[in-house]
Every structure is written in C-alpha cells, then in structure tokens.
Ligand binder design. Structure first.
Ligand code: G3P
Ligand code: CA
Length: 250
C-alpha cells in the first residue's frame, strides 16, 4: 500500500482518525488505514504493572468511565474501563484502551507508519523496556519516536540509534524555536515535531537547511498544511485530513 501523496506529503492520523472514532482506540487506527493515511500517531505510557498502553492523558478521567492516574492502574483494570470520551463513542461501544502492541499490529496490517509519542509521565528508567519491545518488531524501520520530554528523547536516541527521534515543541510561553533546533543538533536528535500555530517560516527553513526532519501537529486546516508544505515540511499530523482531503491543494 502506498499512501504517500504524489507530492510526497505524508498525512498522519493524529491519535488515529480521531475525528471519526474515539482517539487512540483500535477503531480510530483501523479507520486511518481504511482512509489512506500514510501513518498513525499514538500516545503511550506504562501501567502500574509495566504494560505499555495507548492513551493521551496522564489520567483516565477524560476518555474513560474511570478516574485516576494511568500509573496507578494495572493493565487488567484499565482494560475493563469503557471509552466514553472522544468522537463518535456511541458508534464504537466495544472500544477499549489498546495495548501498544495492538496499535502496532493494526498499523502493520494497514501499512501505516508509526509515530509513537512517549508521554512525559513515563519514568525514564522504563524506556529500556519500551526500546526492547519496539526493537523486537520486524517493521521497526517504520517507527518514529516523539516526546515533549528532553530526557525521553535523548534516552530513546541512545537506545534506538537507527530510529528517528523528534523533539516535540511549540509552547508559546516556554519554547524557543532556535534553541530547539540547536538542542536537536547538539544531541543527535533527528528533528522537531511542532505546533502548527507556533512555527514560523524562517525557523522552519533553518531547521530543514540544517538537515533536521520536520513534522507538524495538529494540522486540521488544509491552508495550514499548504503553508507548511510550501516551506518544505512533508509530515503532517491531522485529526481529520486524510490524503484525499488534500487533493487539488498540494
Ligand atoms: O503529534 C504530536 C501531538 O500529538 C502532540 O500533542 O498533546 O496532541 O499529544 P498532543
Ligand atoms: Ca500525541
């Protein structure tokens, strides 16, 4: 399957095709595959018993019928929760919290590139377990790791040197694009994945000219995708824009 637009743009389903199914669930990843996305992004952190699951928040409160920190649940406990947050939950009553390996299996089935965000709540000392899990997968050359955590990025780059690691940025109050570029260059990170409301043309072009990969989130406006495309970005994470939505625009 080739889900790359003829213009080499890569549309990546953010938390799966999350406009059409509850975020970070298997139905959302399946719909990403069925709708021609090139890749699928997910969020992962470990449960109390060290099982890597797929969920965005540090707590289960927003997206399930439970309450509390992900880190305080065993996998069996978190699996028993119902998904009640996100889009179109009523259409997917069987949806539950996936294992990271279930996300990987679904992506493999549909040929989706995997963009795996490690949540900051993840203890850095547990990243060896994650690297072992990912390194054992035969499709590992189709993985990119992303994280807002500087330590998480550095540790994963050390553990999986062949795998692209992108530093997540774009906080208007705390991030400086120039410093973020230098952080990547100084530490051998592969690039930046940044907030599409935050990036500016000069820094985007500086990053690309410096040899860094660039990815943006969350690109739900075709005009924003076009703007960044014209600046040289090719990887676009979106809740709701499969490749066919960009036909005639890129
Ligand atoms: O794709 C990166 C993006 O997901 C980072 O922000 O909060 O949606 O995980 P967030
Ligand atoms: Ca994410």
């Amino acid at each position: 399957m080739n889900n790359t637009n003829s213009n080499n743009a890569h549309m990546i389903a953010h938390r799966g095709y999350s406009a059409m199914a509850p975020e970070n669930t298997l139905p959302a990843f399946k719909l990403a595959g069925e709708n021609g996305f090139w890749g699928a992004e997910c969020d992962t952190s470990p449960t109390a018993d060290g099982v890597w699951i797929v969920m965005h928040d540090d707590t289960v409160d927003r997206t399930t019928n439970g309450e509390g920190n992900v880190r305080d649940f065993t996998f069996d406990e978190i699996r028993a929760l119902a998904i009640d947050g996100g889009n179109h939950t009523e259409q997917f009553p069987e949806a539950n919290v996936p294992l990271l390996t279930e996300y990987l299996d679904m992506c493999k089935q549909y040929g989706l590139y995997c963009v795996i965000e490690i949540k900051d709540c993840t203890p850095v000392e547990m990243l060896g377990d994650l690297a072992a899990l990912l390194s054992a997968r035969e499709e590992k050359e189709r993985f990119t790791i992303i994280s807002f955590g500087r330590e998480h990025c550095l540790k994963m780059k050390a553990l999986m040197p062949e795998t692209p690691v992108l530093f997540l940025t774009g906080d208007f109050e705390t991030d400086d694009f120039g410093e973020n570029i230098q952080f990547c260059l100084d530490n051998g990170l592969d690039g930046l994945d940044f907030n599409c409301d935050w990036g500016d043309e000069a820094h985007v072009k500086e990053a690309i000219e410096a040899g860094l990969q660039t990815m943006i989130w969350t690109a739900d406006d075709p005009d924003v995708v076009k703007k960044y495309y014209d600046w040289g970005v090719r990887d676009f994470t979106s809740n709701k824009l499969p490749p066919k939505a960009m036909e005639g625009i890129l």
